[in-house]
Write a protein that binds this ligand. Sequence first.
Ligand SMILES: Cc1cc2nc3c(=O)[nH]c(=O)nc-3n(C[C@H](O)[C@H](O)[C@H](O)COP(=O)(O)OP(=O)(O)OC[C@H]3O[C@@H](n4cnc5c(N)ncnc54)[C@H](O)[C@@H]3O)c2cc1C
Length: 434
Amino acid sequence: MTARNHLPIVVVGAGSGGVVVASRLAEDPAISVLLLESESALGGSSLRNYMVGMTGMRDDYEWERDFGCAGWTWGSANKTFSAMPDILHDVQPHEAGQVDLALIDAAVGVGIPKIERIAHDTQSVRGAGFCSLTMRNGLRHSVLETYFAPLRTHKNLAVRTNAVVESVVMDSSRAVGVRLVGGEYVEARGVVVSAGALATPVLLRRSGIDRPGIGVGLQDHPSIAITLALRQPQRSSIRIGANIRLSSQRGSADIHLLSLNETNDSAMFGAVLAGVMQVHSRGEVKYDGSTGTGIASFNQLSDERDKAAMRDAVRFAYKLACSQSVTNIAGSLLSDAKGTSAKWINEATDDEIDAWALRQVGAYSHAASSCVMGRSDNDLAVVNERAEVIGYQNLWLCDASVLPRLPRANTHVPVVMVANRVSDMLRETFGELR
Ligand SMILES: Cc1cc2nc3c(=O)[nH]c(=O)nc-3n(C[C@H](O)[C@H](O)[C@H](O)COP(=O)(O)OP(=O)(O)OC[C@H]3O[C@@H](n4cnc5c(N)ncnc54)[C@H](O)[C@@H]3O)c2cc1C
């Protein structure tokens, strides 16, 4: 054992990726782990997300074929998905909200087949079904309950909150610790950065890490709402309970329509969300060296393929929203927050829909792919297939930033899959060093 082996592996950020990697590493009593989180709450985005759990399509995970990430195939991803504790709760019809029920009825009414457990269906390119949620006994079941709680009493897993990491401290090209805001230095055997797709690139830049791909390639799923003015207030506690999977004219399983039973503004408004799931547009987290902060630009719908898929998604969403099942629960359909009637969509030209979509497009909060995994000889790759920052030692990334592209799924479950695989690799690495 070398002198540094007694030091902890420091994990920066206690979100979906960080909690999993810290907990899975600490399963090995010979590895000491220190998990640092900037705010008081552990769990990151998994504490406030909408709980929709989903795998995506098989092709989404062929990273060896498409990006040269050796060993990252659908087969290996599926092995990990299958080994993960299944904490998804399938929404039952009696729990669903009125928009969920109406949307599924509408879809079935136009011939879209019903799919049981659509969350786990990785092959059907067209179908309608109730969502599966990261819930147990009616309550949110985040990575904390699944991964962290069983390890809570393990002496080799330490946690500090209100610990904002300013930078990773490097000795030449080797990570040797982290510096906290306030100046404290924490020495480490190695550092795993799991600060999320928006913060990780900024932290790397602030630490002087020099890879051209840092921040480049940022993605999110674009989405647009057709708002439903409901006849009766929403009563179910399920926020999003139905998912319709469709294919655009040029894509495959590249559209999701989701039911929103209640908007942020009021229980008297719901929505049909039209989302493009196979995303080609890419943006960037730009680093401002003068302030040490970053600005994210997603560049949504900048790629013509995404624009075309969004046109199809909006037209599908409007068609279902006009069905009897939906108009039974909604008195009117609106296309913006000013209360404009959505009727114009029926006759709209492609250009009119594009212009509206560019004004209205919002994010799904699925930021990813800002420090992508790829081959070491690819300048735009930031980590190799073992999630190690290329050209550096003892420095790994484990969060949504490393996904080479967004899967056709909500991102929490895919990030947890990646974190499980990275944990296995790190445990192998540290085991070999003993
Ligand atoms: C509002 C919302 C709704 C969503 N809904 C869904 C959904 O329904 N289904 C789904 O699958 N996905 C959903 N997502 C997305 C999903 O939750 C995320 O993709 C996933 O949790 C990302 O995990 P992560 O580990 O990359 O980052 P995060 O979970 O965001 O974790 C990053 C952590 O790092 C910490 N951190 C950042 N900088 C520092 C620093 N300098 N020092 C110390 N700590 C730091 C942050 O505080 C945070 O806790 C949603 C996200 C949001 C925000």
